[in-house]
Write a new protein. Structure first.
Length: 324
């Protein structure tokens, strides 16, 4: 590696509803000096911008001390957004920005190239460049967390669709009579397999069982409403049958969704990331076994289902990947 490479970085920025995370990313996709600041998402546009600036400024101070060069800034911003113009359109969880030219504002301040993209799309690109998707031409990435995000990479490029809005795979409906999603549609996969959905399913099962004690209920302090996806996972590890049934329901629903995805896209690999990926990883073999029941592709078993390389810092890596 050349000396210039050793001292040259991209700043990757991950903007969420409650925080802005940023870090240095080198040419090999290695992340360092991560900083996190609160995101003012419900104020005015300037307040939200100032949160991003605070995170970037803290890293630039470090770069100046070490005589490092920053060649670009890549930002994972909440969608909907237009990656071509760098405009954040109308994200439901960051109400301070409406048709806000985020890329232009950041570029004007720092005088370096700036790219922005939806978080799942960018995280998918990072996995292709440096992570679990490396070496594959067609990569489908699904992030399972509080919500569901997806990205699709074709020959090293993000597939954005005609207007930049694709692929909103978390809002593909698998039950038109199902629960109403936050997007307004019914039966989106997000309302069935997200961390929030897993918690709600476990709560409903506990209500129906009418138990005074169970490992899961005890972990929640006896309060059904306090059950979270994390507690479901803990209870399952401890042998709780309701927790196991909850997760197996999730496995079946995920198999339905991925079977549809394979029939539609037939990717070379499916990469699973997000905060709930670790909960579901022990069930990946079970998911693989069930996919053929929900897929007409006779070779669907050949498509690997693997865990993402990047965890909590996937947005930072994703932002940097945009500038590669």
């Amino acid at each position: 590696m050349a000396t210039s490479d050793q001292n040259t970085y991209v700043i990757g920025v991950d903007i969420g509803g409650t925080k802005v995370a940023a870090g240095f990313v080198n040419h090999a996709g290695e992340i360092s000096h991560v900083t996190r600041v609160p995101m003012v998402s419900d104020g005015d546009a300037a307040a939200g911008l100032n949160s991003v600036i605070e995170a970037i400024d803290s890293l630039l101070a470090k770069a100046q001390q070490n005589h490092w060069t920053i060649r670009a800034i890549g930002i994972c911003a909440p969608g909907p957004l237009d990656p071509n113009t760098g405009v954040v359109i109308n994200p439901p969880n960051v109400t301070c920005w409406r048709n806000f030219p985020l890329a232009a504002e950041i570029s004007k301040r720092y005088r370096v190239p700036v790219k922005i993209e939806n978080d799942a799309n960018a995280a998918a690109l990072a996995e292709v460049l440096w992570g679990a998707g490396k070496g594959y031409a067609k990569v489908f990435y699904i992030s399972i967390g509080t919500g569901i995000g997806t990205g699709f990479i074709l020959d090293g490029h993000i597939y954005n669709g005609r207007t930049g809005a694709a692929p909103e795979g978390g809002h593909v409906s698998i039950d038109y009579r199902g629960p109403v999603c936050g997007c307004g549609k019914r039966g989106c996969i997000e309302v069935f397999i997200s961390g929030t959905a897993i918690a709600k399913r476990a709560q409903a099962k506990l209500e129906a069982a009418n138990l005074s004690h169970s490992p899961m209920l005890d972990l929640a302090g006896g309060k059904i409403a306090a059950v979270t996806c994390e507690l479901v996972n803990q209870a399952h590890t401890g042998g709780d049958e309701i927790a196991k049934a909850t997760l197996l329901d999730t496995v079946e629903l995920l198999a339905v969704y991925l079977g549809n995805t394979i029939d539609l896209l037939e990717p070379d690999v499916i990469v699973v990331g997000g905060g709930v990926a670790g909960v579901l990883k022990p069930f990946f073999d079970e998911v693989r076994e069930r996919i053929p029941s929900w897929c007409i592709n006779s070779r669907c078993r050949e498509i690997p289902l693997i865990s993402a390389h990047y965890g909590a810092n996937s947005g930072i890596a994703g932002g940097a990947a945009l500038c590669n």
